[in-house]
Design a protein around this ligand. Structure first.
Ligand code: GLP
Length: 260
């Protein structure tokens, strides 16, 4: 995979927004796989800049969620549907109809998972999937030991993930235990994967993801199996990579028009 090391979060945001813009210019009706969490916010900020400067229009795109909490009403402020509504749909004045999401409020969750997979397939697959990184190595909500071939399904969160995400809820007890997440096999079908990590708290997990063996214990390491996976890091998140300088040099030498 290609590893890009940028100076800070804002630069990470600009690089990733540039890659999104390139996909949308090539394919205005692209299906963009969106991520949630704090890491992705500089990307949406940089996208907003591009849209404001009229370098990019997202009106024809469709969007797809990666995962969702089970047990929260759809319009709960911390549901991922609400997050995407706030940070993407409202912000760019798009239609909620453009969003494909798993219905985690369904009384038949396995069927909701199947329907979600079918909707992605009917839309001809995800063109570009954005991914954050959990400190335990999760992508989406594929916790350690998730099958590398897994499809969209219900998962139980680890104590570490619930603690990490508790900052968004009034109390730890309010963080749901269960979620629906695209499987690793589902994620690997997207045409391009961009994993983003910012900050030193992710540095050990980044090292295991990029330089460790492919292992279901670090689900993000499955990106090593994808023909077009890009990891975009700030200096702090890249600080434990033994090949850091190699990645910096390779990116500096790369012709800019090649994109990422
Ligand atoms: C959550 C989400 C992931 C996200 C991860 C990282 O658990 N399910 O999709 O990538 O957290 O979050 P943050 O960017 O806030 O560190």
């Amino acid at each position: 995979m290609e590893v890009i090391i940028a100076a800070d979060g804002a630069s990470v945001g600009r690089i990733v927004a540039g890659a999104i813009a390139a996909v949308v210019r090539r394919k205005p009706r692209a299906l963009l796989g969106l991520a949630t969490g704090s890491t992705i916010l500089p990307v949406y900020d940089a996208l907003e800049e591009q849209v404001r400067e009229k370098k990019l229009g997202l009106e024809q795109c469709r969007f797809c969620l990666l995962d969702e909490y089970v047990g929260l009403p759809m319009r709960h402020p911390q549901s991922y549907w609400s997050f995407i509504q706030r940070e993407v749909i409202d912000r760019f004045r798009l239609s909620s109809e453009a969003v494909i999401y798993p219905d985690a409020t369904s009384t038949d969750l396995p069927l909701a998972c199947e329907n979600f997979e079918r909707e992605i397939r009917d839309a001809k697959g995800v063109d570009l999937q954005l991914l954050g990184l959990g400190r335990d190595g999760h992508i989406g909500f594929n916790e350690p030991c998730s099958s590398l071939a897994s499809r969209t399904r219900i998962k139980t969160l680890t104590a570490q993930t619930r603690t990490d995400n508790a900052r968004f809820f009034p109390r730890l007890a309010d963080v749901p235990h269960h979620v629906i997440t695209q499987g690793i096999g589902t994620i690997l079908e997207a045409r391009h994967l961009i994993l983003i990590a910012i900050g030193s708290a992710k540095a050990d997990t980044v090292r295991l993801t990029v330089e460790g063996p492919v292992s279901s214990f670090i689900p993000a390491s499955a990106l090593q199996l994808h023909p077009h996976a890009t990891v975009v890091l700030d200096e702090a998140a890249a600080s434990k990579l033994s090949l850091g300088q190699y990645f910096r040099d390779a990116y500096a030498l790369k012709p800019r028009r090649q994109g990422i």
